[in-house]
Ligand binder design. Structure first.
Ligand code: HEM
Length: 516
């Protein structure tokens, strides 16, 4: 089995100091090495250890630093250095690299893994979703200092530019990554629960197990990959947690949603340990068990800290409880989970669901053939990488429907947009919800979804959890208000989004916000 571990080497070593000594994260970050011990680790002699220099330094600096720690530099200096080499070899699985002292690459014994094993995968995939399931995080003090120096306006400008780019590895729907990034931020922040304060986007733990393999987070590895160049450009001053929320907030603003304030300062974690209480895990079974029947976790909502109705979902089943397309039952689930999530009142709940679904679309263009709703999406990161950091099978969520991306993307198995302007902020979700009669039908992905009864060919859809907002008097009154009053929706959504995305996690004392 491949074993990886991170060796952090100080810049002082790089510059020739004989003692690695006490080193700061910034210094360490300057020469981050990823090491690969021989594939057959049990029998691997320690001298066979190779190190990969993760950031662009001079060849000599990388070599010296590796030597100081008894490693041999594997010859690569950055992910981008490795990428062309990996693709060039056209091997269909992970590649074992061996580099000699001079840095010449030879495909030989088992050493470091190939950073980009499959042609077509997004280049930043393994940074946003580390196969080893952990990633060193900066010391909070050093992060705080770097945060002070971070040019937030420059990051936002780069983000705006990224939104309307479309990478062949994951083509953007409607030529805009905005809706995809809103979903990323919502799924990152929506894990927060008031019951015991667990979850939230602070920590950036969506990169790790268990969150990254939740069915609800299908294909978000691509969103994280697409954001990686911005993370690389701004370094430790831009935490992953801040990056994910900023992606959603910038997307919302660029599409017209009036979000007044964004704050940075979420301290990253180095693994997913703090998400274990969210489940599925033994820790979760202890601190927040499912109290209902299997998969139905909220039979008695006050007896569990758990917020979701189904493990791995954020937070209710879109099709209705356990796939039963009953909007009234779905409304009950929504009230339980959204109020446990951030203490959302009905107004915030309705604003978030209908405001969020002003944008984007659901993805499920071809039927799944077995009981697993996500079978067409491919294997989760957990299934691909295993627990030991090996990744022998394929890329996560590879997509088994047609080409696997673009029009063939399979994510939730529902199919269609909510509005006629999926990249523009509006209250159309509410006006159409209210003014048309909706009927349920099985979509192309084989799930119950809803269409306009008198306009069955219109591609706009609703989920059972959207229709639910008409099947509860208090929710319905708010739907009516938002359908009639765009400003009321603007204000309620801004308030709810800001609270949603600032809940939980640890914050730097140097937290900073942009101009309201
Ligand atoms: C009852 C709660 C919710 C449920 C059950 C739900 C369910 C879903 C589902 C099934 C999808 C389709 C995923 C896919 O196939 O790509 C989706 C997409 C989306 N959701 Fe939600 N959602 C909920 C709340 C929210 C909230 C609160 C927001 C944001 C404020 C939001 C924003 C979005 C966006 C922007 C997309 C489109 C993503 C894209 O176009 O790639 N959702 N949601």
């Amino acid at each position: 089995m491949y074993v990886s571990q991170c060796l952090l080497i100080s810049a002082t070593v790089v510059l020739g100091s004989s003692s690695p000594g006490h080193i700061s994260f910034v210094q360490r970050q300057a020469a981050l090495f990823q090491t690969g011990v021989n594939g057959n680790s049990e029998s691997a002699p320690s001298t066979a250890k190779k190190a990969t220099c993760e950031v662009p330094l001079s060849k000599q600096a990388c070599k010296d630093a590796a030597k100081a720690y008894g490693y041999t530099w594997d010859g690569t200096r950055s992910w981008s250095d490795r990428l062309p080499g990996c693709l060039k070899t056209k091997l269909d699985n992970h590649i074992n690299w061996n580099f000699n002292e001079a840095g010449a690459d030879q495909h030989a014994d088992q050493t470091a893994f190939c950073a980009h094993p499959f042609e077509g995968a997004c280049a930043g995939l393994y940074m946003g979703t580390p196969p080893s399931d952990h990633e060193p995080a900066p010391d909070p003090t050093e992060y705080g200092e770097a945060l002070k120096a971070l040019d937030l306006e420059a990051v936002k400008a780069d983000m705006v530019e990224l939104l309307t780019k479309s990478d062949a590895c994951w083509p953007a729907d409607y030529g805009n990554y905005g809706p995809f990034f809103v979903r990323l931020a919502w799924h990152c922040a929506g894990t927060y629960r008031d019951t015991d304060g667990k979850g939230g986007c602070g920590g950036g733990r969506q990169r790790f197990e268990p969150e990254r393999s939740w069915p609800d987070n299908t294909n978000l590895d691509k969103a994280r990959a697409l954001l990686t160049p911005i993370k690389q450009k701004y370094g430790i001053g831009l935490s992953w947690g801040d990056l994910f929320v900023l992606a959603g907030t910038t997307a919302l603003r660029s599409m017209g949603a009036p979000i007044k304030e964004y704050c940075a300062g979420r301290i990253d974690d180095e693994n997913g340990e703090k998400s274990l209480p969210l489940g599925p895990s033994e820790v979760q079974e202890q601190v927040a068990p499912c109290t209902g029947e299997p998969r139905d976790c909220q039979k008695d909502s006050t007896s569990t800290n758990l917020s979701t109705t189904t493990l791995g979902l954020i937070y209710v089943d879109p099709e209705g409880p356990l796939g039963d397309p009953d909007p009234a039952k779905s409304a009950k689930e929504i009230r339980i989970t959204f109020s446990k999530m951030t203490g959302n009142n009905d107004r915030s709940t309705v604003a978030l669901i209908g405001g969020g679904h002003a944008f984007g679309k659901t993805h499920g263009p071809c039927p799944h053939k077995d009981e697993f709703a996500h079978a067409r999406a491919g294997l989760s990161p957990d299934e691909v990488f295993g627990n030991d950091g090996s990744f022998e099978k394929q890329i996560p969520w590879k997509g088994l429907c047609g080409t696997g991306h673009g029009d063939d993307t399979y994510t939730s198995g529902f199919h269609g947009p909510w509005t006629s302007t999926p990249t523009k902020w509006s209250n159309e979700f509410f006006t159409y919800l209210l003014n048309y009669e909706w009927e349920k039908y099985k979509g192309p992905g084989g799930h119950w979804q809803w269409r306009m009864k008198d306009n069955a060919n219109d591609e706009r859809i609703r989920l059972t959890s959207d229709i639910a907002l008409l099947h509860d008097d208090a929710y319905k009154n708010i739907v009516i208000e938002f359908a009639q009053n765009q400003t009321a929706l603007d204000e309620a959504f801004d308030f709810a989004w800001t609270r949603l995305t600032t809940n939980g996690g640890e914050w730097s004392p140097n937290k900073k916000c942009d101009e309201p």
